[in-house]
Design a protein around this ligand. Structure first.
Ligand code: PLP
Length: 373
């Protein structure tokens, strides 16, 4: 039985183009980009071309940089961990962050940082609750962009405008960070317009290879990395650069950028079909209006594991809530509770996440199978 894959928020299949780019680059650019001999210069030049390309794809400021990492988990850690060396202050965060961020916040708490949490409303972060939390000790405000649990998009533009207003009265710049893993190449990102200080991205969520990610840093000159290693990435991240991974990641982005309007319209049609179909089956939608068309979350009659198992037997791979890994029991349920859903909905939450390869027929087949259970 061939399985229909509807768990693309956990990871995607590498595209043929990205795979070919990876293999080609492994042969062509095997020299160490940081080596000093002339022959390695080509590898270095190619690395910088891809960095510039990704910056342009994100509409990042000229003075900003992209640091290549092993994935979004490392990108998030790299931005947050340097705070451990500073005098502790306050961080305002959300309770719906990915485990990669949550764990870092717990670590920073151990270093004396105080974490305050924004409220949620209708399945999204309530940005106006920032006013009750911000103060002279606030050093960082962070919020995930597209929720990996229900696909709702947080208003980072409004968040950054609010924080920048406070900057003026507090007379210091508060850092803003956003985890944009589930937004990249799914919805438009315009970093110049957002005025944030850091953001995380991951290649394997957009049909690129695993083990490669990016960290956006708006002001590299004032960023003090935790680990410098051999001075690679302009001194911002140590370790030999994964050039095949970087080239393949950039190729996956190029592929997404081609005909992206048509692809997103198709994704919207599929998500509309799924959402209307789910409502007809009396499922409760846990995804709101302002959401990524690539993620639809709902609660149904049975506990998540039971629905997942029954649908697996019918040929569908879906996930319980926000699970990117099965290693942390309960974390998906916690995220739904934090989004404001009842404990019954949280226990029954199912996440469907599509890719540009998902067809309307597959979405309809899923609805039919769900109706049958
Ligand atoms: N942030 C979000 C929102 C995610 O969905 C994921 C995926 O697991 C990550 C961060 C971590 O990404 P990576 O697997 O590249 O470390």
């Amino acid at each position: 039985m061939s399985l229909i894959y509807l768990d693309n928020a956990a990871t995607t299949k590498i595209s043929q183009r990205a795979l070919k780019a990876y293999v080609g680059a492994s042969e062509e650019y095997y020299l160490n980009p940081s080596a000093s001999y002339k022959a390695a210069r080509m590898a270095k030049e190619r690395l910088e071309e891809e960095r510039d390309y990704i910056k342009r794809a994100l509409n990042a400021d000229d003075k900003s940089t992209i640091v290549f990492t092993s994935g979004a988990t490392e990108s998030i850690q790299s931005f947050l961990l340097p705070l451990a060396k500073e005098k502790p202050g306050e961080i305002i965060a959300t309770r719906i962050e990915h485990a990669a961020t949550k764990e870092m916040l717990f670590s920073l708490e151990a270093f004396g940082w105080k974490i305050k949490y924004l409220k949620t409303k209708n399945g999204s972060v309530d940005i106006s609750s920032l006013d009750e939390l911000i103060g002279k000790d606030t050093r960082l405000v962070l919020s995930i962009h597209t929720s990996n649990a229900n696909g709702n998009i947080q208003d980072i533009k409004r968040l950054s405008e609010k924080v920048r207003d406070y900057d003026k009265s507090l007379k210091h710049r508060i850092l803003i960070f956003s985890d944009m893993v589930q937004s990249f190449e799914k919805i438009d990102i315009d970093l110049k317009n957002l005025d944030i200080d850091g953001a995380s991205f991951s290649s394997h969520k957009i049909n690129g290879p695993k083990g490669i990610g990016a960290l956006y840093i708006k002001r590299p000159e004032s960023f003090i990395p935790f680990s410098k290693g051999g001075g690679q990435e302009n001194g911002l991240r140590g370790g030999t650069e994964n050039l095949p991974g970087i080239i393949s990641f950039a190729e996956a982005i190029r592929e997404h950028e081609e005909n992206k309007r048509e692809k997103r319209e198709r994704a919207k049609l599929i998500s509309r079909t799924l959402r209307e179909g789910l409502l007809n089956l009396k499922a409760r939608l846990l995804t709101g209006e302002c959401s990524s068309p690539y993620i639809t979350s709902f609660s149904y009659k049975y506990p998540s594991e039971v629905t997942m198992r029954m649908l697996y037997d019918k040929g569908f791979i879906i996930s319980a809530g926000s699970a990117c890994s099965n290693n942390k029991k309960g974390s998906s349920e916690e995220t739904y509770r934090a989004l404001g859903y009842s404990s019954e909905d949280a226990k029954r939450a199912i996440r469907l996440s599509i890719s540009d390869d998902t067809t309307l027929e597959e979405a309809k087949a899923f609805l039919k199978a769900l109706g049958e259970i």
